[in-house]
Design a protein around this ligand. Structure first.
Ligand code: IPM
Ligand code: MN
Length: 374
């Protein structure tokens, strides 16, 4: 078997962590007799500063012919915040319609958690974050005193929506952002969460803020209940986003599958990452089950550590395991996670964030070695 996988190392520490991810995935490929042919794409700050282009339609189309993309990180201090993140990362998530952002929150054995008295038995849930709608659709602007008009268009595989907005304001200046969720968009991601829970511990927890943002998240809740009716063996509950941050800290063992709209999902998964030992350990998958998915660490490009061979590559390596699982190499994926687990449990070769002094490449090489032993 030979898999062609586009790889976007990206910005900051991206190239260093992706190099270790490739190393480990190749070790797993050797063990299980398959091959990975990496197709490098140079997207991110360098490409943008050189050409003025974020990501072309042609590149997006090209990427859409693959099943899985391996991504390092996007974001660079030489470019204003948001330009690359929205213009490259979100552009890919949206164009490829990766409507599920899957973020496992699992404390591996031997990893320190800031939660007192909690162990790997207590912290093992998955956040299913909606990845194409909500306040992320880019619909917003600024308006100065007086009358003005703004038009917006949202293009998705599921639908096209046009908004025309007449503004008549006597405030000196306003900034506004409009969020939107659709019945179809909520349905597909919530259904994904229930299917996943059916294979796990049969519980889905919904996140919203329907007590205040009742139009947008009222629809989310309504759809959640509709979908829940189709899964009589799966238990469900509702959580306001502020409250769930509290429960993640106090009772993480309550959770199995947590499903959240885009922005709340973004916020609670940084908290999730911290209780599983830190951002250096947290992987993510942007999934389009019928199309092209993309696998990345949930952390960013950490520009201040760029080129120092210092940061933790585990999140990226783990994301690589999710990629192999997605391609149908479940055994190889399992071995990578076991190798990560063993490396962390032994605790000899670890990066600074875990209290060690090993380099990025030493950790990658060690996990690659362990893949052959587990
Ligand atoms: C993430 C990141 C992105 C997001 C940013 C960089 C656009 O924070 O993947 O969680 O908000 O989704
Ligand atoms: Mn985030």
């Amino acid at each position: 078997m030979n898999y062609k996988v586009p790889v976007i190392a990206g910005d900051g520490i991206g190239p260093e962590i992706i190099a270790e991810g490739k190393k480990v995935l190749e070790a797993a490929a050797d063990k299980y007799n398959f091959a990975i042919e990496w197709r490098g794409y140079s997207l991110g700050a360098e490409h943008y500063l050189k050409t003025g282009e974020l990501v072309s339609e042609e590149t997006l189309k090209d990427l859409s012919h693959y099943r899985a993309i391996y991504l390092g990180a996007i974001g660079d201090p030489r470019v204003a915040p948001g330009i690359l993140e929205k213009g490259v990362l979100l552009a890919m998530r949206f164009y490829l319609d990766q409507y599920v952002n899957l973020r496992p929150v699992k404390l591996l054995e031997g990893v320190w958690t800031p939660l007192k008295d909690k162990t790997s038995k207590d912290i093992d849930f998955v956040v299913v974050r909606e990845n194409t709608e909500d306040f992320y659709i880019g619909m917003g602007g600024r308006a100065r005193r007086g009358e003005s008009h703004a038009d917006f268009e949202i293009k998705r595989n599921l639908y096209n929506i046009k908004f025309g907005l007449d503004i008549d304001s006597d405030s000196e200046e306003i900034g506004y952002q409009i969020g939107e969720v659709s019945r179809e968009g909520c349905q597909r991601v919530i259904k994904y969460a229930f299917d996943l829970a059916s294979k796990r511990r049969h519980t889905v927890s919904s996140v919203d803020k329907a007590n205040v943002l009742s139009d947008i998240y009222g629809l989310w809740r309504e759809v959640f209940l509709d979908v829940a009716r189709g899964y009589p063996t799966v238990k469900h509950d509702f959580n306001f986003v502020d409250a769930i941050t509290m429960w993640f800290v106090k009772n993480p063992e309550w959770f199995d599958v947590v499903v959240a709209p885009n922005m709340f999902g973004d916020i609670i998964t940084d908290l999730g990452a911290m209780i599983q030992g830190g951002l250096g350990l947290a992987p993510g998958a942007n999934l389009n089950p019928e199309g092209t998915s993309m696998f990345e660490p949930i952390h960013g490009s950490a520009p201040k550590y760029k080129g120092q061979n210092k940061v933790n590559p585990v999140a990226t390596i783990w994301a690589g395991a999710l990629l192999l699982e997605h391609l149908g190499q479940a055994e190889a994926a399992k071995d990578i996670v076991s190798a990560i687990e063993r490396n962390l449990f032994e605790g000899r070769i670890k990066t600074y964030d875990l209290g060690g002094s090993s380099t990025t490449s030493e950790v990658g090489s060690e996990i690659a070695r362990l893949v052959g032993l587990v």
